[in-house]
Design a protein around this ligand. Structure first.
Ligand code: SF4
Length: 306
């Protein structure tokens, strides 16, 4: 476990199959934990996508079972709410830690079971995906589950990172849905009152974001834009991928261009301390356990036994 109590705690667990996995609980200031609580769970052991800025992309050793996904969630919930009643108005469970969730159909079973296991009126699941090719069945079922169990209480995020197709392939080096395919899916998925679909850009130096290209495919009434930094992962450093945005600055021309195009824009630098604790994307503990050298200015919190 590595933690900074007021922001986030990263847990590592060893599963019956011997593989370690990570999961996180965090708060998002200025909200208190009583107002908003975020759990971030892993869906795969590593990830076969291999994004060059993500430490989970360094290896892949299979899917995490439904029971092991539920165990991550149940551990965090029962630690604070032993009766499994969660009275927090904004209670997010993000399938976004380690692994592309669309590669694990058990994620869908977990989504179906959550409302049966917990009394949590504020529950809002969040799927963050790169929209891999060949997963149409997963996304069709996801749409059904959202419509039947989580109407207006579900967050769907597509990580696209750049509007340039060649650069997009570099950032996410597998077959993916085109922008047309994402837009077509959302057309059928989206219902009145749903939360807008997030288009996430982890913005690397040199990656192009053209508002005109976005407008061609993504209706600003249904999509919002989230800009995040490239986190200081081992692989980002190794692959010379540098963040285009830095915490010292917030007045980026791109933000104005996107807003002028009509998009709601979230500029999410997160909490700087999170980079150190490893609760953003990037697998500190996995690297730590593999005995790799720690970086001086990144994830340097001590592991604690629990
Ligand atoms: S960023 Fe997501 S999709 Fe890419 S390698 Fe990491 S976990 Fe997989």
């Amino acid at each position: 476990m590595t933690e900074k109590h007021d922001i986030a705690t990263v847990y590592i667990a060893e599963t019956d199959c011997g593989e370690p996995l990570e999961f996180v609980e965090s708060v998002q200031p200025p909200f208190t934990r009583e107002e908003k609580w975020v759990l971030i769970v892993s869906t795969l052991f590593g990830c076969p996508v291999g994004c060059p800025f993500c430490d989970a992309g360094n290896y892949f050793r299979g899917k995490i079972s439904k029971d092991d996904m539920l165990a991550q969630i149940d551990y965090l919930i029962t630690k604070r709410f032993p009766n499994r009643v969660v009275p927090i108005p904004k209670f997010k469970i993000q399938f976004a830690r380690m692994g592309e969730p669309a590669f694990n159909s058990s994620v869908l079973e977990v989504l179906e079971e959550l409302p049966l296991l917990y009394d949590a009126p504020g529950l809002m699941p969040c799927i963050s995906t790169i929209a891999p090719g060949g997963c149409d069945g997963f996304f069709a079922k996801l749409s059904q589950i959202k419509k039947s169990l989580y109407r207006q209480k579900f967050q769907l995020q597509f990580s696209i990172h750049t509007t340039d197709n060649a650069l997009r392939d570099r950032m996410m080096p597998i077959e993916k849905w085109s922008f047309e395919e994402i837009a077509e899916y959302v057309e059928a998925y989206f219902e009145d009152g749903d939360r807008k679909i997030t288009l996430n850009f982890a913005l690397a130096e040199g990656n192009i974001v053209e508002p005109e290209t976005l407008l061609r495919y993504f209706n600003s009434a249904k999509f919002l834009i989230k800009i995040t930094p490239i986190n200081p992962t081992y692989r980002a450093l190794k692959n010379d991928i540098v963040s285009q945005i830095v915490p010292e600055k917030s007045d980026y021309k791109l933000l104005d261009e996107l807003k002028n195009a009509g998009y709601e824009v979230i500029f999410s630098f997160g909490e700087l301390a999170e980079n150190h604790i490893g609760s953003n994307c990037g697998q500190f503990i996995t690297n730590y356990l593999m005995g790799k050298e720690q970086m001086g200015d990144s994830y340097t919190f001590e592991l604690q036994d629990i």
